[in-house]
Each structure stands twice: as structure tokens, then as C-alpha cells.
Design a protein around this ligand. Structure first.
Ligand code: 4AD
Ligand code: MG
Length: 463
């Protein structure tokens, strides 16, 4: 096992003359005048360690096996490096090849692979520069998320992955069953008899942990859940996954203004953390993926977000003179093209849109005094569109009952959600950040399939 102090990241901080062991996978090898130059990576940092093997140092049968993709362990002495971009290199004195990587068939070569091809070799793509950088940023992002909430006294909770309620009321659910799908038990009217199913009723993968987070918030005030969520919507777009990670804070004694304020503070904190801790990875994304990525993040980390109501947003869109693919009219939902126009062209910074029409939002959002809109908020950012969705929750039991009915949902499965409104209810609010959308924003990566190690999308769940 590589111990702290032994990662390649740490080796770069050692003084010249240190004798040490370096382990990792070969990125490239180049031979010149009897000397071999081998770049190795252990994933700990963007820069590879250069190992220099002088003629006669290693037995020919070892040298032969040091090819791209091989897993190697070098011993040697750190020396000053004449090569640009690296302070030191390792002068090899010995090498063990743990696993050779058949040079004639190793699929990951130095350059020229498309992102589509790399998805087909998801078992090897973490060894490519781009994906090493993506997964280090993802790690830093996850850590920053916990740090932000822990520093503010939020309690981390785990909400269930299997549920029997559809939080968003959108119907895009994966069903979980142990019934024989080819021949399920049936009732007299031919409907499936779920009393024989594992949970005695239909069960699904959670689309959100929000409803359960609300339970905890009404006991522990400030909580957050952070886990995988599942949506069976058949949207084959660069911004949708069937399995994605969401962080959802939920706060008691909190209205929509507090909610928006926390969302801004949170986004700025995690951006700042990634800027401060992933400098080399971000420099790579700026050079190779999206030239504006770092300057945008620097700007957003400081600028205050624009805030407008849905009704104002509709007016801006109507006044744009554009011909939209999806028509703009009060009452219809904002589409990606509208969201991107607002944030990229009109305001040129993150935009928080609030107070959407009640008929296009979930049943749990608090109804405004105008009776037409609800206390919803979406945070939109350039290049991505919606990155956060949240709301103040309806805490009044009678209004909540009406909303369930209006949304065509039965009361019975929500009995506990309703009961919370009878016992110690309070103003409360929360939001959900899509971790992969945030990753796209941080890295400039264009397709959501390339910011999660093993993407799940319609027709694709390999690895
Ligand atoms: O806006 P959504 O649907 O909100 C909720 O689920 C609320 N229950 C959150 C809450 O208030 N606690 O989803 C939240 C975010 C979106 O803004 C988006 O970033 C991301 O989750 N998201 C997806 N990311 C990838 N693939 C999908 N299919 C996504 N659907 C939503
Ligand atoms: Mg949403």
C-alpha cells in the first residue's frame, strides 16, 4: 500500500538526493541514445513523475516490459530535472514490473481518443490525464460539500434509496421488485398483486431524499443528505443521468430568502475550495477542455447572483425577439435554451429564478399569497442551465392536502408527511445540488457521462 508521504504528489516535495520507491502505472515511454524516459502516475496529482533509466541499469527483460499501461515499482534517487514542468525526476536503480500491459493490444494510447471511445473503456479511462483530473476534482468537491455543512453545524443524515413514495411526483421511477416479472401474481381484476412483493407494496429507487430529510430537519434543525438518486426519465442529453448524486440540505426556521442565500454561499464555498486545492487539474481543463473555466469560477466565487422571479424571466424571454424551439408563455416550464439565454446572454452570471407557477412544480412547495405561484427557486449557471432546484416547503396541512389532490397524488402514502404538519410544524426550506452538473461547471467537461466514473444512461449500464 502507498502510505502518506509516498504518493507521487509527496515525492515532488522531497529534496534532491533522496533515495525512494515510486509506484504507479506507465503513461508513456520514450527512448533516446540508450536512455529510457518513463512517465508514471499513481493518480495523486496531475504531473507525472519522470523516471530516467540509464543504459545497463535494468535487465533487458524488465526494460522490455516497461510500456504504456504497465504497473511498475521503481527504486532510485531523486535528481534535479532538466525537463521543463517538473522540479525533480527519479534516476532508477531498480524496477519491479507488477503487471505488464501487452503493448500490441493496450487500448489506451497517448493521444487522439474520442470521449465516446473512452466511455467504452471505462475500466481504463481513469488512467488518462483528463479522467485523473476529473476524479480528483470530484473528490475535492465531495470533501468541500461535507466541510461546508459540517462547519455550519449541519447534521449529515442518510436517507433511504428504496422508497414507496415518488418525491417529485414526476413518475420517472425505477421499480424495485422481487416478483417474477414474466408471471407476477395477479388480483381478480388482473392488476399485479403487490402484497406478494418484497415490501408488500410497490417500491422504487429514490428520486430524492428530500421528504425524509424534512423529517430529520423537524427534529435536528439543519441537516443534509448526500447520496445517489435515480430517475428513469428517457432523456438522452449531455446533462441527464439515470443515476446521479445529489446533496440536499434541509433547514427548519428557514424561508425562501434564507434558502437562496445559503445556496449562493454554498456554491461560492465549493468553487473556492476547488480553485484553491485543484490548481493543476483546473489549469489542464482551461488548456484542453474549456478556456474560460478558471476565470468564470474566479468571477462566480465573488460576484453576487442575479435574482429574478419566474414572471420577470418570462417577460425577459418574450422581449428577446428570439424564436425559441420551446414556446415561451407564462405557465410553461423553462427549457434549457431559456435557462442558458438568461444566464449566458442576459445576466452573464448565475441567476436564481424564484416563484414558479404552481402547476409546473412539485406538490410540496409553499403556495404564495397570489395563489398562482409557489416558493420555488432554481439556480441557473452558464453552460449548464439548472444546477440547483429548491424551495420553501408547504408547512400548512390544509394547503398541502389541496396540493396533493391538485397534483393527482393520493394522501395515504404521504400520511407521515402530512402528520409532520400537525405536530410541531415550522417554516422550512431546502435545495438539491446535482453533483455531476456541478462537476461539469467546475471542469468545463461537455458531457455529464464524463464526470462520473461509471455513467448510467438509457441503454447503457456497463461496468
Ligand atoms: O430540481 P430537482 O428535481 O430537485 C429535487 O430533487 C428536490 N427534491 C431538491 C430539494 O429541494 N431537496 O433536482 C435537483 C438537482 C437539479 O437542479 C440538477 O442539478 C440535478 O439535481 N438533476 C440531475 N442531474 C443529473 N441527471 C438528472 N437526470 C438530474 N435530474 C436532476
Ligand atoms: Mg428542478
Amino acid at each position: 500500500m502507498i502510505k502518506p508521504g509516498e504518493y507521487i504528489r509527496d515525492i515532488f516535495a522531497q529534496p534532491v538526493g533522496t533515495v525512494l520507491v515510486a509506484r504507479g502505472w506507465v503513461k508513456t515511454r520514450r527512448d533516446s541514445k540508450g536512455i529510457s524516459f518513463v512517465q508514471i502516475s499513481d493518480g495523486s496529482c496531475f504531473t507525472d513523475l519522470q523516471v530516467v533509466i540509464e543504459a545497463g541499469t535494468l535487465p533487458p527483460e524488465t526494460l522490455e516490459q516497461i510500456t504504456t499501461g504497465a504497473c511498475v515499482e521503481f527504486t532510485g534517487t531523486l535528481v534535479e530535472s532538466p525537463a521543463p514542468g517538473q522540479p525533480v525526476e527519479l534516476k532508477a536503480s531498480g524496477c519491479t514490473v507488477h503487471g505488464a500491459a501487452h503493448p500490441s493490444s493496450y487500448p489506451l494510447q497517448k493521444k487522439g481518443h474520442t470521449m465516446e471511445f473512452l466511455r467504452e473503456i471505462a475500466h481504463l479511462r481513469p488512467r488518462a490525464n483528463t479522467f485523473g483530473a476529473v476524479f480528483r476534482v470530484r473528490n475535492a468537491l465531495s470533501y468541500a460539500i461535507h466541510r461546508f455543512f459540517q462547519d455550519r453545524g449541519f447534521i449529515y443524515i442518510h436517507t433511504p434509496i428504496i422508497t414507496t413514495s415518488d418525491c417529485e411526483g414526476a413518475g420517472a421511477l425505477f421499480q424495485v421488485t422481487t416478483l417474477d416479472v414474466a408471471a407476477p401474481p395477479r388480483l381478480a381484476d388482473n392488476a399485479v398483486d403487490y402484497t406478494h412483493d418484497f415490501f408488500g407494496k410497490p417500491a422504487y429507487l429514490a428520486v430524492s431524499g428530500q421528504l425524509e430529510a424534512e423529517i430529520l430537519a423537524l427534529a435536528m434543525a439543519n441537516v443534509y443528505t448526500f447520496g445517489p438518486t435515480f430517475r428513469a426519465e428517457n432523456s438522452n442529453t449531455p446533462r441527464h443521468l439515470a443515476e446521479f448524486w445529489m446533496v440536499e440540505p434541509e433547514m427548519a426556521f428557514c424561508d425562501l430568502d434564507d434558502d437562496v442565500e445559503l445556496a449562493q454561499e454554498f456554491l461560492q464555498y465549493i468553487i473556492r475550495y476547488v480553485l484553491d486545492t485543484c490548481e493543476a487539474d483546473l489549469a489542464f481543463f482551461a488548456k484542453r477542455i474549456e478556456p474560460t473555466v478558471v476565470e468564470t469560477l474566479e468571477h462566480v466565487a465573488q460576484a453576487s447572483f442575479e435574482r429574478i422571479t419566474y414572471t420577470e424571466a418570462i417577460r425577459v424571454l418574450e422581449a428577446s425577439g428570439r424564436s425559441w424551439e420551446f414556446p415561451v408563455e407564462w405557465g410553461s416550464d423553462l427549457q434549457a435554451e431559456h435557462e442558458r439565454y438568461l444566464t449566458e446572454e442576459v445576466f452573464r452570471r448565475p441567476v436564481v429564478v424564484t416563484d414558479y407557477p404552481r402547476q409546473i412544480k412539485a406538490f410540496y412547495m409553499r403556495v404564495n399569497d397570489d395563489e398562482k405561484t409557489v416558493r420555488a427557486m432554481d439556480v441557473l449557471v452558464p453552460r449548464i442551465g439548472e444546477i440547483i432546484g429548491g424551495s420553501q416547503r408547504e408547512e400548512r396541512p390544509q394547503v398541502l392536502r389541496e396540493r396533493l389532490k391538485e397534483c393527482g397524488l393520493p394522501e395515504e402514502p404521504y400520511w407521515w408527511y402530512l402528520q409532520l404538519r400537525e405536530y410541531g410544524t415550522v417554516e422550512h426550506a431546502g435545495f438539491g445540488l446535482g453533483v455531476e452538473r456541478m462537476m461539469m461547471y467546475l471542469t468545463g467537461m461537455k458531457n455529464i457521462r464524463d464526470v462520473i466514473p461509471f455513467p448510467r444512461t438509457p441503454g447503457s449500464a456497463d461496468f
